[in-house]
Design a protein around this ligand. Structure first.
Ligand code: AP5
Length: 214
């Protein structure tokens, strides 16, 4: 199964991708997670990406296309993958077409998560993540059992640097300008399914499974 999850920041792409990838034994490829790891490790790529990420802007296409090309060539992606947060520009989508052609691995479905802007701001302001194991929480909608502590591994939860309201609004504007046009791109290829992601996580997950298994 080869999937792309498209949608604005906070739509739940990461939450749902983590769950579906674990259930189906396929690989979640989150360009955001890979970039954050590179920033933390202080690599040249991380240094190049950091300023863009902190400002809520997109990292240059050549950087993320290189990441995805390497990741999709890895054995862990051979059984299938979910691209979570990639592509985000027409240039990235066209480059992905070329990569998948090289691998003879066409996309089965592109799922477009839709949620209005104001609930997205609330979701992102309350998000807390575990840097140690990647688990995700929300202070109101999915709180950890113990405040500030990861249920899964006991690590200290953190708030992402770009989850401040001003940056969130910039990210939403970038999505509208650069990424939303991809809905037409994939609709034209006949692989797009729109998914309302405003409901609670379990309901969205049930609808997602119905969409990808259809
Ligand atoms: P990235 O990490 O990809 O961030 P994003 O796309 O902005 O998406 P988010 O991770 O914020 O949201 P999500 O949809 O995954 O929602 P989540 O499941 O976490 O990218 C960060 C930055 O990296 C970019 O700004 C850019 O600089 C750079 N970058 C990354 N990819 C790039 C690319 N391809 N090109 C160029 N630059 C790139 O959920 C959010 C919160 O809501 C959580 O707290 C969760 O618990 C909660 N929640 C989830 N679902 C529900 C629900 N149904 N109901 C209530 N709460 C929910």
């Amino acid at each position: 199964m080869r999937l792309i999850f498209l949608g604005p920041p906070g739509a739940g792409k990461g939450t749902q991708a983590q769950r579906l990838a674990a259930e189906r034994g396929i690989c979640q490829v989150s360009t955001g997670d890979i970039l954050r790891q590179a920033v933390k490790a202080g690599t040249a790529m991380g240094q190049r990406a950091k300023a863009c990420m902190d400002a809520g802007q997109l990292v240059p296409d050549d950087v993320v296309i290189g990441i995805v090309r390497d990741k999709l060539a890895a054995p862990e992606c051979a059984k299938g993958f979910i691209l979570d947060g990639f592509p985000r520009t027409t240039g990235q989508a066209e480059a992905l077409d070329g990569i998948l052609l090289d691998f003879s691995a066409p996309i089965d479905r592109v799922v477009a998560f839709t949620v209005d802007d104001e609930p997205l701001v609330a979701r992102l302001c309350g998000r807390r993540t575990c840097p140690a194991c990647g688990a995700m929480f929300h202070v109101d909608f999915a709180p950890p059992k113990q405040d500030g502590t990861c249920d899964r591994c006991g690590g200290a939860l953190v708030q992402r640097d770009d989850d401040r309201e001003a940056v969130i609004r910039d990210r939403l504007a970038v999505y509208a300008r650069s990424t939303r046009p991809l809905l037409d791109y994939y609709r034209g290829k006949g692989v797009l399914t729109a998914l309302s992601a405003a409901a609670p996580v379990d309901s969205v997950y049930a609808a997602l499974k119905a969409a990808v298994d259809a």
